[in-house]
Ligand binder design. Structure first.
Ligand code: KIV
Ligand code: ZN
Length: 556
C-alpha cells in the first residue's frame, strides 16, 4: 500500500457552504466564551489508562482552581467509575457554588435514567445528550432515516425533561449535540435541534445548550465558521439558546476552528487542557484562552502557574505535553537561533515595565504564566551570542563588549558541540572563568606597584613564569600604557571596556581587553577585581596569555 497517485479517486473535497453574506471574517473576538472542560469525559475516554477516582478528583480540583465554571465530569451511565465519581462530588460537597457539573448520556431511556440517578442531590447540573446525525452514520452505522434520527433525539429530550421534573431541587440545564454536526446537512442539523428545543421549551432566562461538534475535523476552519454562522441564523429561539463549539483536531486546526466559530457567533467552547481528547484531541482550552489573553482580553482563567497545571494534567493523563506546545512546551520560550536571541535580549532591555509587550519572537511575557526569564534562553550548539550574553548579564552582571560576544560564543559553541548538550548559565560562566580568568600561563600576575605623577604612570609588575619570578617595568600615560610598555612582547590594544559588577562595598570591576601580539590575531582577555587597575591588568594578562597560547598552538 502506498499513497495514491490520484487521491480524488478515494477522497472528496468538502463542499463550500453557501453563505455569500457571511459576516464572521470581519469580526474580532471581544467576548470571553463560557468555557467547559471535557477533560474528565472526552479527554478521559481517550486515555490508554482512564483516570481512577483519585486522579479525577485531582484534575477536577485543578479545573476549579483554574476557574473553569462548567466541567463535564463523566459518562456515568457508561462507567461505574464515572458514576461513583459524580456521586462523590455531590455527596462530599466538592462542587463550588459557582461551578456546574455536566454529564454525558446516550439518547436511550435506560441510560438517561441511570444518568439522573447519578445526579441526585446536585444543586445544579447540565445533562448532555447526543445522537449522530450525519448521513454516513444514518446510512452506515444506524440504518436510520432522518425521521428516525429526529425521533431518537426528541424521545430522549422528553425523557430528560420528565426526569428533571422529578428532581426539582436541582437547577437543570439541558444540552443537545447533533454528533458529527460538521458532516450533517445544515438544514437537517437545524431541524433536529429545533425539534429538541420544541420539547425543552428553553427561555432566555433558562437557555438550552446546542453543542455543535466537529466530531471529526473534515474541512478548513472557515467552513466550520460558515456552518456556525449559518446555524445561528436559522435556529429558532436563538435568544434562548447557547451555541457551543466542540472541535476536534484531526486536521490540526481545532484551535483555529473554535476561534473562527466564536467570530461566527458562538457563546461557549468545550475542550480539554493542552488538547487531550479522542485521536488528535479536542480543542486546547489553554491555547484558546492564552490566545485571547495575548490580544488583551482576560480569558477569566488563571494560568499564572501554567507549569503546575501542566504537571497535574500530565500525571493524570499520563501523556506528556509536547515540548513545542503553544505557551507551555519546554522549548517555546526559548530561542535557539542567534539572531532571535539577539532580538529578544534587545527587546527585554528596552521593555518598559508598564508598557505594551513588544519583545520580538515572544508573543507572551513568560512571567505572566509563571515561566521565568532564566528559562527563556537556553544555549546549545545552534545558539548565537545573544543568549550567552543575556545569561551572563542577567545571572552574573557581566556585560561582554560586542566583539567579545562573538569571540566567546565561538568558545561556547565548541564546548556545546563537544558536550552535545545545552549549557546552563552556570556552565557558561565557568567556561568564561576557565578560558579567560584562569588564563595565567605562561605569565601569572602576582602583584603590581604603581606610581603616578601628573599624567605619567610608572608600573612595576611581579610576574611568575614557569616557577621564576620576574619584574617588568614600564612608563606610560596611564597604568595600562605603562604596563604595555613593560611587556617583553610587542602588543597592540584593539579594544578596552570596563564596568562595575554589583554596587556598594561588594562592587567589583570587570575589565575587557582585546589585543594583538606581534601582529597576530586579536583576542580578548578578562579581569575581575575589587580594584579597577588590577582588573585591567588581569584582563591584559589574560589576553596576552591566550594570544601566546594560541600562537604556540598554531606554530605546533
Ligand atoms: O466529539 C463529539 O461529537 C462528542 C459528542 C459526544 C459531543 O464528544
Ligand atoms: Zn468530542
Amino acid at each position: 500500500m502506498s499513497m495514491l497517485k490520484d487521491p480524488s479517486s478515494k477522497y472528496r473535497a468538502f463542499p463550500a457552504i453557501d453563505l455569500p453574506d457571511r459576516t464572521w471574517p470581519s469580526k474580532t473576538i471581544t467576548e470571553v466564551p463560557i468555557w467547559c472542560s471535557s477533560d474528565l469525559r472526552d479527554g478521559n475516554q481517550s486515555l490508554i489508562e482512564p483516570m481512577d477516582a483519585e486522579k479525577k478528583m485531582r484534575f477536577f480540583k485543578t479545573l476549579v482552581q483554574v476557574g473553569i465554571k462548567q466541567i463535564e465530569v463523566g459518562f456515568p451511565s457508561a462507567s461505574q467509575t464515572d458514576f461513583d465519581f459524580v456521586r462523590r462530588l455531590i455527596e462530599e460537597g466538592h462542587i463550588p457554588e459557582d461551578t456546574t457539573i455536566q454529564v454525558l448520556t446516550q439518547a436511550r431511556e435506560d441510560l438517561i435514567t441511570r444518568t439522573f440517578e447519578s445526579l441526585k442531590g446536585a444543586k445544579r447540573a447540565i445533562v448532555h445528550v447526543y445522537n449522530a446525525t450525519a448521513p454516513s452514520f444514518r446510512r452506515i452505522v444506524f440504518n436510520q432515516d432522518k425521521a428516525g434520527v429526529i425521533g431518537i433525539a426528541v424521545n430522549a429530550a422528553r425523557i430528560i425533561k420528565d426526569l428533571a421534573a422529578q428532581q426539582p431541587s436541582t437547577e437543570w440545564t439541558f444540552q443537545y449535540s447533533p454528533e458529527i454536526f460538521t458532516s450533517t446537512e445544515l438544514e437537517f442539523a437545524v431541524e433536529v435541534c429545533d425539534a429538541v428545543l420544541d420539547v425543552w421549551q428553553p427561555t432566555p432566562a433558562n437557555k438550552a445548550i446546542l453543542n455543535l461538534p466537529a466530531t471529526v475535523e473534515v474541512a478548513t476552519p472557515n467552513v466550520y465558521a460558515d456552518q456556525i454562522e449559518w446555524f445561528g441564523r436559522h435556529i429558532s429561539r436563538r435568544d434562548s439558546v447557547l451555541i457551543s463549539l466542540h472541535t476536534h483536531n484531526d486536521r490540526g486546526t481545532g484551535v483555529a476552528a473554535s476561534e473562527l466559530g466564536l467570530m461566527a457567533g458562538a457563546d461557549r467552547v468545550e475542550g480539554c487542557l493542552f488538547g487531550n481528547g479522542e485521536r488528535t484531541g479536542n480543542v486546547d482550552l489553554v491555547n484558546l484562552a492564552l490566545n485571547l489573553y495575548t490580544q488583551g482580553i482576560h480569558p477569566g482563567l488563571d494560568f499564572s502557574d501554567i507549569d503546575n497545571v501542566r504537571k497535574v494534567v500530565e500525571e493524570c493523563n499520563q501523556i506528556p505535553v509536547h515540548p513545542r506546545h503553544p505557551y507551555v512546551g519546554d522549548l517555546v520560550h526559548t530561542a535557539f537561533s542567534g539572531s532571535h536571541q539577539d532580538a529578544i535580549r534587545k527587546g527585554f532591555s528596552q521593555q518598559d515595565a508598564n508598557g505594551i509587550w513588544e519583545v520580538p519572537y515572544l508573543p507572551i511575557d513568560p512571567a505572566d504564566i509563571g515561566r521565568s526569564y532564566e528559562a527563556v534562553i537556553r544555549v546549545n550548539s545552534q545558539s548565537g551570542k545573544g543568549g550567552i550574553t543575556y545569561l551572563l548579564e542577567q545571572e552574573y552582571g557581566i556585560c561582554l563588549p560586542r566583539r567579545m560576544q562573538i569571540e566567546f560564543s565561538q568558545v561556547v559553541q565548541k564546548e556545546t558541540d563537544r558536550l552535545g548538550l545545552e549549557m546552563s548559565a552556570e556552565q557558561i560562566h565557568s567556561l568564561l572563568d576557565s578560558e579567560y580568568l584562569q588564563a595565567t600561563a605562561p605569565y601569572a600576575l602576582k602583584g603590581h606597584r604603581l606610581q603616578e605623577e601628573n599624567s605619567t604612570s610608572a608600573v612595576d609588575v611581579e610576574v611568575i613564569s614557569k616557577g621564576d619570578t620576574q619584574h617588568w617595568r614600564g612608563i606610560g600615560k596611564g597604568p595600562l600604557e605603562a604596563l604595555v610598555a613593560g611587556l617583553p612582547v610587542d602588543v597592540e590594544i584593539m579594544d578596552y571596556a570596563e564596568h562595575a559588577i554589583g554596587a556598594g562595598t561588594n562592587a567589583k570591576a570587570a575589565a575587557y581587553i582585546e589585543l594583538r601580539v606581534d601582529g597576530g590575531r586579536s583576542l580578548y582577555g578578562v579581569g575581575i577585581d575589587e580594584n579597577l587597575t588590577t582588573a585591567s591588568f588581569r584582563a591584559l594578562f589574560s589576553a596576552l596569555n591566550r594570544s601566546l597560547k594560541q600562537a604556540e598552538a598554531q606554530a605546533a
